[in-house]
Design a protein around this ligand. Structure first.
Ligand code: NDP
Ligand code: GDR
Length: 360
């Protein structure tokens, strides 16, 4: 699906142009929908993969040969490749850059710490430097959004707001702290319009299947239709402030529409344990999670973040942002979609087109 040519913006209209890294991820797909609905031309950087990695964008994609309607364009690049970042900035000439790309799995960051730091921390620095040098050479103004995380607060107890000290508990979280301070530094040193969104966990039916919420709802759908019996999980007592990804990408956009660049916490201000997520989701389908869940020590982390609960007062007051989807609605949205997915899988399994294997 990615463009093989140097087909940059080529647009001579008054449309705003956005450049999104991590466009194939959960947030990238929601942000692209939002920006297209606001009349933007959206350019996404995608990395080369042996399989297509654009499933979350299939419903948005328009063949680039249909030039008038194809307002989302994809280009190969990588946050580990500085030259590709600078080149696409020069070609696309964006008004806004959203840096969403990351090795975003906390547990996996303990397995591949070096790579995680390269993409999450140094990758952000590469992109900031590309934006800085592009603006210096061209005199253009470019606004930059950095996808920061509540994981940066780590061991610091809730409620967590913009002034709460960071105490990261994983290579991923430490890398996000570095990216946060690189962003602040480029704002202070070069006057770049650069914002950090410190977003608490946000989920959706498009969430990656090895994050705990989606792992639960995916397994639950399959258990309900008889394709799976057991679900193996780690620490059920961790507490998270879970919101809906569709709400959170609006906050990203709002940050870049302000007069001044600043940093904002984005959260629902409610926290629930993994066990509560199990209660509500299994209860919704009339099942008891205790009949299906087993604890597997493999899913415990070398250092855990016990309790995250944000204070989003600043985003509410300054941006006028507030979440529309609460915890129960989010859980039900995810369960409904994954039940439908499991029913479709069941048809394929019954017809012999697919194995009834458990999800990893
Ligand atoms: P995902 O894991 O769903 O998406 C990550 C994206 O980054 C994917 O498009 C992925 O590509 C891309 N990517 C990974 N490595 C590279 C690389 N080396 N070069 C270029 N692109 C790369 O994350 P989310 O959408 O959930 O999150 C978006 C951002 O927000 C991330 O930075 C995450 O750390 C951060 N964040 C997320 C929160 C959440 O709760 N969802 C909360 C706070 C922060 P591919 O599809 O090929 O894998
Ligand atoms: P998190 O999300 O680490 O908060 O990072 P995840 O869903 O992976 O874990 C949440 C909590 O659930 C516990 N847990 C399990 N987690 C997973 N993945 N798998 C399990 O089987 C399991 N069992 C229990 C975890 O220990 C943890 O306490 C997410 C990512 O999107 C980051 O990129 C983002 O920055 C933060 O949210 C905010």
């Amino acid at each position: 699906m990615a463009s093989e040519n140097n087909n940059g913006s080529g647009s001579d209209s008054a449309r705003k142009i956005a450049l999104v890294t991590g466009i194939t991820g959960q947030d990238g797909s929601y942000l692209t929908e939002l920006l297209l609905s606001k009349g933007y031309e959206v350019h996404g950087l995608i990395r080369r993969s042996s399989n297509f990695n654009t499933q979350r964008l299939n419903h948005i994609y328009v063949d680039p040969h249909n030039a008038d309607k194809a307002l989302m364009k994809l280009h190969y690049a990588d946050l580990t490749d500085a030259s590709s970042l600078r080149r696409w900035l020069d070609v696309i000439k964006p008004d806004e850059v959203y840096n969403l790309a990351a090795q975003s799995h906390v547990a996996v960051s303990f397995e591949i710490p070096d790579y995680t730091a390269d993409v999450v921390a140094t990758g952000a620095l590469r992109l900031l430097e590309a934006v800085r040098s592009h603006t210096a050479d061209t005199g253009r103004a470019v606004k930059y959004y950095q996808a920061g995380s509540s994981e940066m607060f780590g061991a610091t107890p809730p409620p967590q707001c913009e002034t709460t000290p960071f105490h990261p508990r994983s290579p991923y979280a430490a890398s996000k702290v570095a990216a946060h301070w690189y962003t602040v530094n480029y704002r202070e040193a070069y006057g770049l319009f650069a914002c950090n969104g410190i977003l608490f966990n946000h989920e959706s039916p498009r969430r990656g299947e090895n994050f705990v919420t989606r792992k639960i709802t995916r397994a639950l759908g399959r258990i309900k239709v008889g394709l799976q019996r057991k679900l193996f999980l780690g620490n059920l007592q961790a507490s998270r402030d879970w919101g809906f990804a569709g709400d959170y990408v609006e906050a990203m956009w709002m940050m870049l529409q302000q007069e001044e660049a600043d940093d904002y916490v984005v959260a629902t201000e409610e926290s629930h344990t993994v066990e509560e997520f199990l209660e509500v989701s299994f209860g919704y389908l009339g099942l008891n999670w205790k009949d299906h869940v087993e604890i597997d020590k493999r899913y415990f982390r070398p250092a855990e973040v016990d309790n995250l609960k944000g204070d989003a007062s600043k985003a509410k007051e300054v941006l006028g942002w507030k979440p529309k989807v609460g915890f129960e609605k989010l859980v039900k949205m995810m369960v409904d979609e994954d039940l439908e997915l499991a029913k479709r899988e069941k048809v394929l399994v019954d017809a012999g087109y697919m194995d009834a294997q458990q999800q990893p």
